[in-house]
Design a protein around this ligand. Sequence first.
Ligand code: XMP
Length: 323
Amino acid sequence: TWTSVNIVEEQVEKIRAEVGDARVISALSGGVDSAVSTALVQRAVGDRLTAVFVDHGLLREGEAEQVERDYVEATGVDLKVVDARERFLGHLDGVSDPETKRKIIGREFIRVFEEAEREVLATPGPPVKFLVQGTLYPDVVESGGGEGAANIKSHHNVGGLPEDLEFSLVEPLRTLFKDEVREVGRQLGIPEAIVGRHPFPGPGLAIRIVGAVDAERLAILRRADAIVREETTAAGLDGDIWQFPVVLLADVRSVGVQGDGRTYGHPIVLRPVSSEDAMTADWSRLPYELLERISTRITNEVEDVNRVVLDITSKPPGTIEWE
Ligand code: XMP
């Protein structure tokens, strides 16, 4: 019978047998799948696993710390953090086209990860032969199943891995669905903030700023997004919402009035959706009281934002993200 305890024991055995005395490398994204698969491998092989976390500066408020501090404390994973924030900002400078943003972020992610990988390979120890991948059962089915079908849609993976895979893949979540992965993660003691996280795109906040990305715009969006999450959680509605993108229309300004002055600020778009698999989605009918609190707080607390609007488009015709 299925229990998360059984799964952990079974997978730990299996990983040990598979990996033998070799070393293993892993990429943490901040998301559930990479967090749980990495923690399972750590359970099995301890410090023969090195996890790499590339901080591209496009995560939401507190998320990098959750990985670097809370996750490491809870799991004991040997983590190598690469602070690539300046690098990503530099490459994104002046870029507003959505697909160009995605390409730049994907490309730089691979470059930075490969640099980190070379550093790990250069440290003394047994040969590094394996790479952890958080492939879930639905991904296996979608990519045609079969052992070793390491066929990951680039869309789902800024983690998108180097083409010339020099490693064998360790995929301890291949038989599991998302809910089961979360259960296993809880069993492993991974913080709820990571295990319960809504889906979040690899390119992160960069594709939630309509317009070019810079540090100031990221700070505005991060603050607004944090308020949305605080209020949604306080209202007890996280479980009813599939995903709640918050978008900054950085290239749009509108007139407002605050205090006794006229303002000329940016709108923030709220995009809460319900969905089963992100292929189709419906806009969430959130309580007016919650929307009101979010709107009041954002316009009061976030500088340069003087308007909050609600996206009431289903998918199709709209996508979940704005870019
Ligand atoms: P859309 O906007 O296409 O999003 O309705 C569907 C789901 O995919 C996520 N998404 C991405 N995930 N890299 C990712 O890893 C991306 O470039 C990307 N674009 C969209 C989105 O958050 C939603 O869950």
